[in-house]
Design a protein around this ligand. Structure first.
Ligand code: KMH
Ligand code: ZN
Length: 270
């Protein structure tokens, strides 16, 4: 689950978890209703996105102490974050970190992920034994993932896990046809999860369940639960996803199962 993101302002979405206390509370509530992993963007005292290393380290520690979730830090940050700050995220030694596989238009902005930068992230995670989640915003990025693995080797833990982030304005659409098209391009042994931004949340969730995928939900991606109904909190989204997964006879994984699926190991400082 992705509780915060970097795009929504606390002033517009008061229920968004932005302090460490709010984040840990959200993570605990979500774990209780079926989440296995937390994808973390943190905020500063001004509630704006930050990649401050000390704050990231404190966040990883607090989530490890107070939840059993797989702790994944975002290296995507906000579209304005410099590459050096995004690479430094790895020094907070999370269980997992995101690694976006290419540049994509992102609404009116550009989410920049140069090839050399992607390679540096991939290698940085290999060295630190951090498990990557390869974030895919468009189909061509799956070809880039194959190229990355061919040229630079398998990730830490030897499992390839992909997250399809669908429905970003500028990226691939969040619909069933596109999700099925993505499956053809996945590395052979990869596992995948999917999330649909905004109103594509439910179509993507239902298609991913039918196609054998895992789910990501959270207020990073969706702040409207149903037409005209703001999301109450992250646990509301996780509970709905867990319920649909049970109906689909694909009940949520425990955090321990997720660790095994992803090949999570103990990270090391380099
Ligand atoms: N906030 C987006 C610009 C990631 O976490 O790795 C990038 C993002 C992807 O959310
Ligand atoms: Zn993110």
């Amino acid at each position: 689950m992705a509780p915060t993101g970097a795009e929504h302002a606390k002033g517009d979405v008061p229920q968004l978890p932005v302090t460490l206390e709010e984040l840990v509370t959200a993570a605990r509530e979500c774990e209780q209703v079926g989440a296995a992993m937390v994808h973390v963007h943190i905020r500063g005292d001004d509630a704006k996105p930050t990649l401050d290393l000390k704050r990231l380290q404190d966040t990883v520690q607090a989530l490890r102490e107070q939840t059993g979730l797989v702790v994944q830090l975002s290296t995507g940050g906000a579209v304005t974050d410099p590459e050096a700050d995004r690479l430094r995220v790895l020094d907070a030694l999370p269980d997992s970190a995101s690694c976006t596989m290419g540049t994509v238009n992102f609404g009116d902005d550009v989410f920049m992920n140069r090839w050399e930068f992607v390679v540096a992230l991939h290698k940085g995670m290999q060295e630190r034994r951090i498990v990557p989640e390869y974030e895919i915003f468009d189909l061509g990025q799956l070809a880039s993932l194959r190229r990355l693995l061919d040229k630079h080797g398998r990730p830490a833990g030897d499992k390839v896990h992909v997250d399809l982030v669908m429905g970003v304005p500028g990226g691939m659409p969040g619909d069933a046809e596109t999700l099925v098209a993505a499956l053809r391009l996945l590395p052979e042994d990869a596992s995948f999860s999917a999330t649909g931004i905004g109103r594509s949340s439910l179509p993507v969730m239902l298609t991913a369940l039918g196609a054998g995928g895992h789910l990501r939900v959270g207020m990073e991606d969706t702040i409207t639960y149903a037409k005209g109904q703001p999301v109450r909190d992250n646990a509301q989204l996780v509970a709905r996803a867990a319920g649909l997964a049970r109906i689909a006879q694909r009940p949520p994984l425990s955090p321990a199962d997720a660790r095994a699926l992803l090949g999570v190991r103990t990270p090391v400082q380099v």
